[in-house]
Design a protein around this ligand. Structure first.
Ligand SMILES: NC(=O)C1=CN([C@@H]2O[C@H](COP(=O)(O)OP(=O)(O)OC[C@H]3O[C@@H](n4cnc5c(N)ncnc54)[C@H](OP(=O)(O)O)[C@@H]3O)[C@@H](O)[C@H]2O)C=CC1
Ligand SMILES: CC(=O)[C@@H](O)[C@H](O)COP(=O)(O)O
Ligand SMILES: [Mn+2]
Length: 398
């Protein structure tokens, strides 16, 4: 008798209700012979989680906010999905033996601990949650090596670099060039940024994404976080990472090799491509995504980032240079600052002030443990919130 091997990959999507999560479900829906949604998790969006489970029938669903457990349970009565609740269940569920890949699409520091559990359980990680590598890049990459798991980048720039490196395993990288759109305030000066509103900052020129990363793109903190993410994913020195503003977001990033040759990965801005590449790796799966037309883009342009106006990118480079728990500090301070900006409690430029003050006031730890990261995150959040409360707020019109 022949045993038929199940070649369908079982995927856990942490944060299935977000921008990356919903696009991942689209990729899964388009490839039922390859991928199965096995675990879905959400924070508070119970209605969407219920609808996703009714459609995809995963084995498990986790709603992190425990007060919503009954609602999700009732919504899935008669469906085959087992409903769980609480953040600790996310850390536990990623260790299921049936899982092949864990796609981390939760936003922020919350991605760290479930990713560690998944790596320790030997699961390959499709990593969208860049904050995990920003906070604890050394620890995560070390754990991944020890457990022989793949860290498959989903972030578009890192997917581009990853794709450029295929077949180049023996060729040293001279440098990588991360492209940045420049966000909605590209070309503006400090006096303009003083009074910008969340409404204006949420208008990304090329990508539709969750609110936190959209604000990060506007302040160039997203590029700063991506510099740190790239350092750990590709084992680079600070001097090997360059950022260039490319307003069209067609070239997703580039690698320059030791002979000076540069490889780029290009395409229309669509996150489904890097998501599909990470899930299908090393295969390139045929799809019907819209194709790039060179004639429609006669100009692809490039400019240096303005580190004086967009302080966050300079602060991220500085955090990477200092190392230790400093990237964890800027991440926590930034998360609180962005939440404050979205709640009209802090101005756009005030966000950089909060981050800079946290960098100087939170004690430095050269070789942090996981407990140190958890504590640094907690302490920084308290300080950042206090700083925001004390800060005079410039007039904000929404
Ligand atoms: N969007 C994009 O195009 C890109 C995103 N990324 C990265 O991917 C990650 C997700 O981004 P994006 O999809 O835009 O974000 P969204 O805000 O759209 O989605 C976030 C998801 O995380 C869940 N979530 C939020 N907070 C928590 C928490 N404390 N605990 C558990 N789950 C939580 C949300 O649940 P609920 O909806 O129930 O609140 C939601 O499912 C981020 O790290 C981002 O930097 C990287 C490259 C591109
Ligand atoms: C889609 C993606 O990967 C985002 O991180 C995107 O790159 C944000 O655009 P910015 O280049 O404006 O930060
Ligand atoms: Mn990106």
């Amino acid at each position: 008798m022949h045993l038929v091997q199940d070649t369908v990959k079982n995927i856990a999507i942490l944060g299935s209700t977000g921008s990356i999560g919903t696009q991942t479900l689209e990729v899964i829906e388009e490839n039922p012979d390859r991928f199965r949604a096995y675990v879905l998790t959400a924070h508070r969006n119970a209605d969407l989680l219920i609808a996703q489970c009714q459609k995809f029938k995963p084995a498990y669903a986790v709603i992190c906010d425990t007060s919503l457990y009954e609602q999700v349970k009732q919504g899935l009565e008669g469906f085959p999905t087992q409903v769980l609740s609480g953040y600790d269940e996310v850390k536990h569920i990623v260790t299921l033996s049936e899982l092949d890949v864990v796609l981390t699409a939760m936003v922020g520091f919350a991605g760290l601990e479930p990713t560690i559990s998944a790596i320790e359980a030997g699961k390959d990680i499709a990593l969208a949650n860049k904050e995990t590598l920003v906070v604890a890049g050394e620890l995560i990459t070390q754990l991944a090596r020890q457990n022989q798991v793949k860290l498959l980048p989903v972030d578009s720039e890192h997917s581009a670099i990853f794709q450029c490196l295929v077949g180049e395993e023996k060729n040293p990288i001279e440098k990588i060039i991360l492209t940045a759109s420049g966000g909605p305030f590209r070309g503006k000066d400090v006096s303009f940024l003083e009074n910008v509103t969340r409404h204006e900052a949420l208008k990304h020129p090329n990508w539709v994404m969750g609110a936190k990363i959209t604000i990060d793109s506007a302040s160039l903190m997203n590029k700063g976080l991506e510099v740190i993410e790239a350092k750990w994913l590709f084992d680079l020195k600070l001097e090997q990472i360059e950022v260039i503003v490319h307003p069209q977001s067609i070239i997703h990033s580039l690698v320059q090799f030791q002979d000076g040759s540069i490889k780029a990965q290009m395409g229309l801005p669509d996150m489904k491509l890097p998501i599909q590449y990470a899930l299908g790796y090393p295969e390139r799966i045929q799809n019907n995504f819209k194709r790039f037309d060179f004639a429609a883009y006669p100009t692809l342009s490039f400019e240096k980032p303005d580190l004086h106006t967009f302080r966050n990118l300079a602060l991220a480079f500085e955090a990477l240079k200092q190392g230790g728990n400093v990237p964890c500090i800027i991440n926590a301070a930034n998360e609180v600052a962005v939440a404050g900006f979205l709640a009209d409690e802090v101005s756009f430029l005030g966000m950089s002030q909060v981050i800079e003050q946290c960098m100087t006031q939170i004690p430095f730890i050269a070789k942090p443990t996981l407990a140190d990261y958890l504590n640094t995150d907690k302490e920084t959040r308290i300080l950042a919130q206090n700083l925001i409360t004390q800060m005079p707020l410039k007039a904000l019109t929404v």
